[in-house]
Each structure stands twice: as structure tokens, then as C-alpha cells.
Design a protein around this ligand. Sequence first.
Ligand code: UGA
Length: 435
Amino acid sequence: MDIAIVGSGYVGLVTGVCLAHIGHHVICCDNNEEKIKVLKSGGVPIYEPGLNELLAKYRKSKRIVFTTSIAEAAKKATVIFIAVGTPSKKNGDADLTYIENVAREVARNMDSYKLLVEKSTVPAQTGNRIERTIRLNLPKNSTLEFDVASNPEFLREGSAVEDFMHPDRVVLGVSSKRAERLLREVYKPLKANIVVTNVATAEMIKHASNSFLATKISFINSVAQICERVGADVEKVAEGMGYDKRIGRSFLNTGIGYGGSCFPKDVDAFVRLAEKSGYDFSILKSVRQVNEDQKKSFIRLIEDKLWNIKDKTIAVWGLAFKANTDDMRSAASLTIIEALQAEGASIQAYDPVAMDNAKKMIKGVKFCEDAYAAVKDADCLLLLTEWDEFRKVDFTKVRDTMSQTVIFDGRNFLDHDALGAFGFECYGIGRGKHA
Ligand code: UGA
């Protein structure tokens, strides 16, 4: 099939490349000329495992092409995925200006039937608004037909290609048989559970899924707080809970709170949507509060154990909001580093891939070329992102380089017992050791 993707960020680009991989012809569109230039000339503007190789292959065979023109993309394809950004406004609402622009632009350039598919996470009812926008912007007296569908994405950054190829489910929110048939055709090569429903329900599935996952994280982070106080180990609690199939072990990793471009924004948007519909989503408000408190309590732990922060040298391993991505959006590292800098600490940081993005967002940090350079003469080390390579470093070298061998492990990622035997003082989250 000929498919257009409008918006070539994480979601759009991964979706486009993977659709090419399963046999479609894809035209990816973005209004950022620089990004399209990079994509056309063989570059990849984001880091995502596996993406580079697939992109190179299908760019070469022209199974995927790029443009800055929505008109061109809309003319070429029958199915048009909308994957543009939906940032949060100050009041927590999603800003849907880009979605409206795409709908308008597609309508003005339509010359045959089109199926517009929401891929970006949008508040329920956005489908209706897109439909209305298209109707209002079609050429006068036009009899052209179109459909609007919702096909939310469930890709995780860092494993997005894998997630696309092996989805737990594909949700198709449609309002006509024609739209359902076309979307089934798009996903035919994947062996996936397909849930067909109406557009509003599909939108709600996305809201509810992300918010439920965020709830799991805040739940275990709250449990960690109590573990800390009563001398229990949250890692064992999560293991013990996780074997129960009704609960499951995933998303019970305690830490410094969830970040990224999705959970913080999506939880805000769901709270706002509930508010507007006359419901006080108090559980989700607490989820958000617990997430903020989790970062603060990590900072308090550092203040407590390090005694004075002023003039201390603090090493940071990991800046990205999670491992295997260069994404710094709403990364917990931003809040933590800023708070410690405000108290007079010098920060020496290292991240395997997120440093270019981090440099644009944090000032006054010494960015180091590797994990060892970051710990040189440091009074303590903070592990903020669970990159695999941090488990493989030579801790003898680290010990000999640091000024004080104190580690704050914000992800409970390192082997604290082994490090303890090595002479390190290790503090994790909810391990019951520093009550
Ligand atoms: C999330 C969802 O997992 C995807 O299904 C969804 O498609 C995506 O949002 C989206 O809406 O676009 P993502 O933000 O890429 O994906 O990353 P996650 O792996 O879900 O992690 C989110 C945050 O939660 C990270 O900061 C991570 O460190 C944190 N986390 C995750 C925990 O603190 N504990 C856990 O057990 C799991």
C-alpha cells in the first residue's frame, strides 16, 4: 500500500520505517526542513536501536521517501497517519494545533478518498474534531469521501522497532467498514491481536494504558518509601508480587520516577480530560504527585548522606529518561542536577548517547567522554539511567579515581552487595538500608 506519515519524530519515523519493512511504500513528511534534509541525505535524526539499518535499506530501495510537503504526501497515499507532536500546554491540556494544521492541509489537497489515522496520543474526541476540520476545509461543493480513524501506538523508545514488529495488540478505532478493511490490510503482515472498536474507545485505550503503567510505577515507588522506613527490600517485594499473573513483574521497577515524552504529558492530559468531563481523577493526580516526590526524596537522600552539597563534585552516570534512548524530555536527571547545582555542587556527567541533547538542556555541567572521566575526584556518584554499560565498568578503577566512594543508585541497577564488599557505600531506593 502507499502510506503517508505526517510527523517524522520518534513515533512517525519508527512507524514509517517499520511499515516499509512489512512491505508498504511510505512517504514520511515533516515541516522541519533540517530534519528532512538529514533523512534524505542518509542520516537519522534520533537514536533508536535497529532503526538506522532498516532506514538505510529502505531508503536505498526507495520504499521510504521524505518530503516537507503535506500536499505531496496526501496526494500519493490513501492512508495518512498523523504522528505530529501534541505537547502539553501550561494548564495540562494537550496542544492540538499541529493536528488541526495537518487535517486542514490534507483536506485542501484531497483529490480522492483518504483515511486519516491518529497515531499521536490525543485526548478522546479528537477524532470528531479532525473530521469536522476536514469537512470545513474540503474544496467547496466537494463530494470527496474520507474517514478518520484512531490507531494508537504502544511503542516504547529504546525498543520501538521490536515493539512494532511484535505488538501485544493493534487497536483500530474506526467508524466505517472501509476504514477497518484498509487498516487491517496495513497490519496484515503482522501476527497481532487486533481490537476493533470506535474512534473514541481507541483513544481511551491509549489514555488508560499509559496512565495505568504510570500508576504501577508510582505504586511501587510509594511501596519503596515504606520499605525504606520499615527495613524491607522493594526489589524482593516486586519479585514476590510479580509472580502473581494478575499483577505481573513489569513496570514495577522503582526509581527516580517516570519521565519521557509520554507518561508525564499523558497523565496530565488524562487528568484534564477527566476534569473537563466532570470527573475528579484523584488516583491519577496522586500518581503524578508521587512521581514528583520521588525525585525530591532522592535529592533529600543525597543531602542527608553527603552532608554538605556546596563545593562537592558529583558524578552522574546516565542522563536520558531511560536506557537505550537519547531522549532527554522530562528526564529525572534534569530536576536532580538542577537542584544539586542550586546548592553549589559541580556536576560531571556521562551518558552513552544522550549528551548532545543534554547539552542543549542543561548548563554548567562538565560532560565527560566516558564513565571513568565522570567519576574523577568525585565525592559521590549518582546512577540516573540504567545503561547496560554501567554494569560492565571496572569498579576497581572507579574506586581508585573517586575522592569518596559513595554511590546513589537511582535505579537499583548495580549490585550493592558486591560493591559494598569492594568498599563502596551504596544507597538505592527502598532497599531498607538507610532508614
Ligand atoms: C511509554 C509506553 O510504555 C509505550 O507503550 C507508549 O507507546 C509510549 O509511552 C507512548 O505513549 O508513546 P516510553 O515513554 O518510551 O513508552 O518508555 P517506558 O519504557 O514506558 O518508560 C517510561 C518511563 O517510566 C521511563 O522514565 C522509565 O524509566 C520509567 N519506568 C518504567 C520506571 O520508572 N519503572 C518501570 O518499571 C518502568
